[in-house]
Design a protein around this ligand. Structure first.
Ligand SMILES: Cc1ncc(COP(=O)(O)O)c(C=O)c1O
Length: 381
């Protein structure tokens, strides 16, 4: 590649181009069958995705956010209940709880991984707490052994936010298979993405899955039988058909992300705060975050050098207007979450990114990292 070629932050055309014929065929089959709502391709995809994860059931829903809301209600979260959520995540993790009528209470994250800090979570627990939401952020598997002990010691439900971590493993077991329920997003740029919005609730508990099926379909299980106040939040059959084609490529795409992450880690100086590998975790690198106190300047310099970047996430969730009051425990500082929000910059990584592109990003980063103005001032050490 040439030094002047743009390097996108995400390139969806690259994965869909070679699959376009297969995707169209799958969509055509749905059009021919006319089963657009709760159709055959949806049932097929649910079963294949559940098998892939190693859970008994997956329930296709309209987005990752609705998956979290439905998962929360299905495991028994009720209006007024509190759920512990990391303050460093996408806002959807917390908004989904609000939509379930619950109150998210924020805890801090680990400075190194950006994942839930269980000491901080312990301080955020009150007598109203009913659940904890580990978020497998950036495609990293949370320590689900520690989360499991934390929750069972306190009688809490575990709601996994696996929106960014399709295929990631903790000690060989896929994330999304540990909690009482888990939520995935199929937003197009996710490791497994639809041709539009989509999500799934997964659970090994048939009662939770049954309630989730009911909740996504206006409370209905059988015709005319609306036992609970559900949502219209089904995954379209046509989206499930697209996802069914793409699921077979997920492991290869995750492998391409892992290769890219390894190259970045080998090439970038230690001080950029790239995530380190943990022996128990097989991460799937939904994003590749680095950290610097000169984040905005670095981003602007990379833009000039035609490298696409992203920020995930700023401001921190508890600093966003919907959560300005009432969601913080006075016992819990959110310093690390605020630092991540101030310093994080995501470098290009996506399904099918090439080695040449990653090397070129590293080369274009070099002048900035060498300059005192941007050189990791105040960033991670
Ligand atoms: C961590 C996290 N949680 C929840 C969501 C919500 O998913 P969706 O955009 O499909 O509603 C996303 C993705 O957007 C996410 O990254």
């Amino acid at each position: 590649m040439n030094a002047s070629d743009p390097i996108p932050f995400v390139d969806l055309a690259r994965v869909h181009g070679p699959l376009a014929g297969e995707i169209r065929e799958a969509m055509d089959a749905v059009i021919a069958g006319g089963d657009f709502i709760l159709g055959n391709a949806l049932e097929r995809f649910e079963s294949e995705f559940a098998d892939y994860l190693g859970v008994s059931e997956a329930v296709g829903v309209s987005s990752g956010t609705t998956a979290l809301t439905i998962a929360a209600i299905a495991v028994g979260v009720r209006p007024g209940d509190e759920v512990i959520v990391p303050a460093h995540t996408y806002i959807a993790s917390a908004l989904a709880l609000v939509h379930a009528g619950a109150k998210p209470v924020f805890c801090d994250v680990d400075g190194e991984t950006g994942l839930i800090d269980l000491d901080s979570a312990a301080a955020a627990v009150s007598e109203r707490t009913v659940a904890v939401m580990p978020v497998h952020l950036y495609g990293q598997a949370c320590d689900m052994d520690a989360v499991g002990i934390f929750a069972s010691d306190r009688g809490l439900a575990v709601l996994e936010d696996a929106a960014q971590a399709h295929g990631a493993r903790w000690r060989g077991r896929r994330v999304g298979s540990f909690g009482h329920a888990a939520a995935f997003s199929f937003y197009p740029s996710k490791n497994l993405g639809a041709a539009g919005d989509g999500g799934a609730v997964c659970s090994g508990d048939p009662a939770v899955a049954k309630t989730a099926r009911r909740l996504r379909n206006l409370g209905q299980l059988g015709k005319g039988d609306h036992a609970i106040a559900g949502f219209n939040a089904r995954l379209d059959t046509i989206q499930a058909a697209v996802l069914g084609v793409k699921l077979g490529r997920l492991d290869a795409w995750n492998a391409s992300r892992r290769r890219a992450a390894r190259t970045y880690a080998d090439r970038l100086p230690a001080g950029v705060g790239a995530l380190s590998t943990r022996p128990e975790a097989e991460d799937v690198h939904h994003l590749f975050p680095i950290r610097t106190g000169a984040r905005d300047l670095l981003r602007a310099e990379l833009e000039v050098r035609r490298v696409g970047t992203g920020i995930h996430y700023s401001p921190a969730v508890h600093q966003q207007p919907p959560f300005a009051s009432g969601t913080r425990s006075p016992r819990v500082a959110l310093k690390s979450a605020e630092r991540w929000a101030a310093e994080e910059l995501s470098l290009p990584i996506f399904n099918g990114i090439s080695e040449a592109e990653v090397l070129e990003v590293c080369a274009r980063l070099e002048p900035s990292l060498a300059a005192p103005s941007t050189a990791l001032a105040g960033g991670a050490t």
